[in-house]
Design a protein around this ligand. Structure first.
Ligand code: PLP
Length: 384
């Protein structure tokens, strides 16, 4: 079996498993309890907070643990809209649904108006249009993702943060796909909110974080026992939080090596496809690039292969990839549909991790070539 869907989720790193084992057994206290067991658990959570903050160039007080990036995005957007009575939000049509649906709900309830920034033919933010939108609506909330989970495009968040500052706007970026892959120094970046999710960088599922720049406040959305400095009630997921911090530590420690490896796997897939004999291979967004795109993501449309079932045919051969994102079913990607030069065919997303191999890429391309071969034979038979 081959797992090539690491933008959907990743395998737990063995070092993460080692780090969480004590919290699965003896260190089971509630971090809010004041006795020895509680203190031990609290130290696990607070040490994780210091680790995450240190690795991102933030202060520990700026990191809030959540159940994942969906909740962190909801908390940042709803929390900021309510705390600052924001009435205008600028976003793009290729954001993750965790952002788009949250904003559309606020729009439906009459809280905000949404402007969608124009994208170029490859799905990159048109910064001139963004500036025009900001000129007309200063003090907006901007929500633009750092890297797109379906096509891999990387957005220049440094440039956007400068624009945001110029127009007194608040800038939230969904950084779920770049945390653990791209080096961050938040002390150097004028950004107000970012989010992360442990299972995207070899940590456990169901745990993430929200970074809130210390100059900001939010309106809490989960009320309860005052955990996370009153910003997010509920007993902390100690096991997950410890795993998240360890996963980020491992990702940052081995950053250059693992990113170079996935980058080579990506370029190897692209070069193998080029000589595979498969016709009509089209790359979506900046997928082909090694600079403007995530090093581990390749989004392809196969215009000469049958639409709607390539992901299924690969699955039958034991190869796990996805059509767009894990949350968008086959061929119905809102991201591909929003690209000015959208492909009419099903898109297939290959996404690598440090655990993939070149041999696996060979097998993937051989399987695709086999599918292509049988389609050609069937077509020729139909013509005879
Ligand atoms: N944002 C992006 C860009 C993602 O890729 C994902 C994961 O699919 C999410 C948000 C949601 O993350 P989570 O699974 O932690 O809720």
């Amino acid at each position: 079996k081959i797992y090539c869907d690491n933008a959907a989720t990743t395998a737990l790193d063995p070092e993460v498993i080692d780090a969480i084992i004590p919290y699965l057994s003896e260190d089971y206290g509630n971090p809010s309890s004041t006795h020895w067991a509680g203190r031990k658990a609290k130290e696990g959570v607070e040490s994780a907070r210091r680790t995450v903050a240190g690795l991102l160039g933030a202060n520990p007080g700026e990191i809030y643990f959540t159940s994942g990036a969906t909740e962190a995005n909801n908390l940042a957007l709803t929390g900021a809209i309510k705390a600052y009575e924001i009435s205008h939000v600028i976003t793009s049509r290729i954001e993750h649904k965790a952002v788009l649906q949250t904003l559309r709900q606020h729009e439906k309830e009459g809280d905000i108006e949404i402007s969608y920034v124009r994208l170029d033919e490859r799905g990159n933010v048109d910064t001139y249009h963004l500036e025009n939108l900001l000129r007309a609506n200063p003090q907006s909330l901007i929500s633009l993702m750092h890297a797109n989970n379906e096509i891999g495009n990387i957005t220049n968040i440094e440039a956007i943060s400068k624009l945001a500052k110029r127009y007194d706007a608040i800038f939230h970026s969904d950084t779920t796909q770049t945390i653990g892959k791209v080096v961050f120094d938040l002390s150097d970046l004028e950004i107000d909110f970012i989010v992360g999710s442990a299972h995207k960088f070899h940590g456990p599922k169901g745990v993430g974080f929200l970074y809130i720049n210390k100059k900001h406040k939010i309106a809490p959305q989960i009320h309860g026992g005052g955990q996370e400095k009153g910003q997010r009630g509920g007993t902390e997921n100690v096991i997950g939080i410890v795993g998240l911090a360890r996963a980020l530590e491992v990702a940052c420690k081995n950053h250059e090596e693992s990113q170079a490896k996935v980058g080579k796997l990506k370029q190897y897939l692209i070069s193998k496809l080029a000589i595979s004999g498969i016709e009509g291979v089209c790359y979506n967004g900046e997928s082909r690039s090694s600079e403007n795109s995530l090093p581990n993501v390749v989004s392809v449309s196969f215009t000469c292969l049958p639409g709607g079932n390539i992901v299924e045919l690969l699955d039958e051969a034991g190869i796990a990839v996805s059509g767009g994102s894990a949350c968008s079913s086959l061929g119905t990607s809102h991201v591909i549909a929003a690209l000015p030069c959208q492909s009419e065919k099903e898109n297939v997303r290959f996404s690598f991790s440090k655990f993939n191999t070149f041999k696996e890429v060979d097998q993937i391309v051989e399987t695709l070539a086999g599918i292509y071969g049988s389609v050609r034979v069937a077509r020729q038979g139909a013509l005879q």
